[in-house]
Write a protein that binds this ligand. Structure first.
Ligand code: TXA
Ligand code: MG
Length: 337
């Protein structure tokens, strides 16, 4: 299949492809999404095929206003109203009991559906011109999420109908996912909207254990996506926890010419291996913005082992930690001088 590369002003063509049951990669403020008509199971099935995504992993449905979100669910509780009012449009996904119009391909057989109203103007326009859009991140399953059209082309050229090139994604990590379908609000995936921000508006929320820990044998994932190895470059990623001084010393003494460092700005001077910079140590927004490009770059450097400095888990740091620890297959080494 030939993949069309479209500019945002060619969005009419993209909307037509969607209306005809095709699949299109679109920019959002978080990462690029691979979109199809959410109400057409056959169209949605092509997303799974193009990504190589396991069929038991449900998709997020993207809407262009709150009223449209309400057509996809059986109930929209008070907490949903509050969260939507405060954080939509934006990088927050809310899981609610699904309405019957949601096909099984979208919900992967669950009784719930994940809904998000993105803020990116191109995504919003595409939804307005077509319909609610089911869209996972537009990467091959298992590899880092795409934050530029180039990343999508690298993974998806020839596998999908079109890509809208809307430049670089602002946030850089996927949306925060919260479920309101259980007894208490529960954070399933941290993202650009932090746990602290959610608590400020709806009070106590639970944090799912899978956010920072591997699933135990036989444990069922609240969010099926959390059970798969994720975000992984080909290189072997190892997280090092400790001070910058200890991190630098460890990396330098384990340099075997196939080693690279994924580090903070402040650490580059001391390292004697090739490095990829995430951002300044205290600038978590910038680190989130750069994370997936950095993981893709690790492969371009030809590194076999990437030593990443373990991020601080406060605020947006929790989202970075959640991704990087999966990229590392949960391997952490405590380092000290
Ligand atoms: O920012 C984002 O959320 C991006 C952009 C494109 O919107 N999308 C995205 O989709 O990250 P995806 O499919 O890569 O991740 C969705 C996550 C998966 O871990 C999936 O298992 C979970 O959300 N999920 C979706 N529907 C669910 C449901 N009904 N119950 C529990 N988890 C669900
Ligand atoms: Mg994904």
């Amino acid at each position: 299949m030939k993949t069309l590369i479209l500019k945002p002003d060619e969005i009419d063509q993209a909307a037509e492809i969607i209306r005809n049951g095709g699949i299109v990669a679109m920019p959002t403020e978080t990462v690029y999404g691979l979109a199809a008509n959410a109400l057409d199971g056959k169209a949605v099935a092509q997303i799974f095929k193009a990504k190589g995504r396991p069929m038991d992993n449900p998709l997020i449905v993207h809407v262009s206003d709150i009223a449209q979100a309400k057509t996809l669910v059986r109930s929209f509780p008070k907490e949903a109203e509050i969260l939507a009012e405060k954080f939509w449009p934006g990088p927050l996904t809310i899981i609610l009991p699904k309405a019957d119009i949601i096909p099984d391909e979208v919900s992967a057989g669950l009784d719930t559906v994940a809904v998000r109203f993105p803020s990116d103007p191109v995504a919003r326009k595409l939804i307005s011109l077509s319909c609610p859009l089911a869209a996972p991140s537009a990467n091959l399953s298992g590899s880092p999420s795409p934050t530029s059209a180039k990343h999508v082309i690298d993974d998806m050229d020839g596998r999908i109908d079109a890509i809208i090139d809307g430049g670089e994604c602002k946030v850089g990590v996927e949306s925060t996912v919260i479920t309101l379908a259980g007894e208490k609000p529960r954070l399933l995936r941290p993202g650009g909207i932090t746990a602290e921000q959610l608590r400020e508006v709806i009070g106590e929320i639970e944090i799912d254990d899978a956010v920072v820990n591997p699933l135990k044998d036989g444990e069922k994932a609240a969010s099926p996506g959390m059970k798969y190895k994720h975000y992984a470059p080909k290189a072997n990623v190892i997280l090092l926890r400790g001070t910058s001084e200890a991190y630098i010393a460890y990396v330098n003494s384990h340099n075997d010419d196939k080693t690279a460092a994924l580090c903070y700005d402040e650490e580059t001077g001391g390292l004697n291996v090739p490095y990829i910079v995430l951002g300044a140590e205290n600038d978590m927004e910038m680190q989130a913005h750069n994370l997936f490009t950095a993981l893709r770059q690790a492969d371009k450097l030809g590194a076999e082992t990437v030593y990443a400095h373990c991020p601080n888990r406060e605020g947006v740091g929790l989202a970075i930690y959640n991704r990087i620890i999966r990229a590392a297959g949960f391997t952490i080494i405590q380092v000290s001088v």
